[in-house]
Design a protein around this ligand. Sequence first.
Ligand SMILES: [Zn+2]
Ligand SMILES: [Zn+2]
Length: 448
Amino acid sequence: MSIKNTVGWPLKFSRKSLKTINAHVTAFRTYLNNRVTKNIPKQPNETDISNIQTTSMNEAIDIRELEYKKAPINWIPAAILIATPIAAVIITPWYLMTHQVSAPVWGVFGAFMVWTGMSITAGYHRLLSHRAYKAHPIVRNFLLLGATFAVQGSAFDWASSHRDHHRYVDDPFGDPYSVKRGFFFSHMGWMLRNYPSRKMDFKNIPDLTKDKILQIQHKYYGLWVLVTNVGLVAALGWLLGDVWGSLVIVGLLRLVLTHHFTFFINSFCHMFGSRPYTDTNSGRDNFFLAIFTWGEGYHNYHHFFQYDYRNGVKWWQYDPTKWLIAGLSKVGLTTELRTVDDTTIKHAEVRMQFKQAQQKINTAMSAGLDISHTMKIFQDRINFEHDAFMQTVAEWQALKAQKIEMKKNQYSERLHEIDDKFKQEYTRIEEKILEHNSNLKMIFRPIG
Ligand SMILES: [Zn+2]
Ligand SMILES: [Zn+2]
């Protein structure tokens, strides 16, 4: 496989190769039509049917893959996404070496990095795509303006693609920025062509399409991009006495950094990091990426509990977007902050710990290491712990059912009793798991 294929390079097809692909697609379709209309002389047996189904499926995938390869270029986004980083890499160092940029310009650069970056994370992402909280119109519109300034498409485009990303995560045909198509594709390649996975019918955002302000933003998006990125930046530069400095630093450099910090989430955060909550998708938790992505580096948690307004769910995890939303709620500017309860989160974590321990054992066993006796003891311990864990989960489910029942009957004063009881159960399990983890480390230490 060539390097181009590996990284999902999207601009490799000449007009001639597109014609060839079109001819292949037409030939495939004719072939399939002929198959349908042809008389089949004998009744196929089960093996024949299964072979026909597999072949048809493979052919359907081939056709869909060809449609990907002949996807038309998305000219305006492609030009912006390719030209701006090249310009930033060339112009910024040259400008800084030949001009003095004043402190106020750097100050505006810093402020706009925060505003535009967090308008994507708190605005487009957690507010509009996931409805993780509600915001006062002042906050909502301020974030909407900042997100427009960030040049990542209209709210309709962004939220619709993102909801599909969650719904079809890792599916190369459904997830608009599936990491299964390579690092480059998931980072920015997906925007350079009109790929079939990018549905622009907005059927998955009915709550947003009826919003008048979002309709206006979508309709006049290009104009607003120019007003913010050129008009506002130049006007501020004029006020600060440095129009060109402002255009280079606050305009160009800020735009490119904000772009790629967001793109990191779709590429790096689906490739590098830990998976403490689930391994059913490629989303990863990564502290270093959280620094650049305003807290969105905790992407494993986010993919499992997408409606939580927090991505870094632990109090100590670096998630400035979470702090912003929580801070604004203190003064009534954000409300109805949605969270997943601690027990559900811990349950996911503990379940993953069991799974990962079992995977380690399986790996060691399949490596043919002479540890069968040690492994047998450890396996028994895991099974014992796992049974206890499952018992507590069953108790927890019963408690939840009891809680719902009591809520229905409005015995509100007894809810605290149930919460307390469950907290004790959870503490007991957590202690057992910690003990289990240290045992695991001790057993594996001698054998590496
Ligand atoms: Zn993701
Ligand atoms: Zn999301």
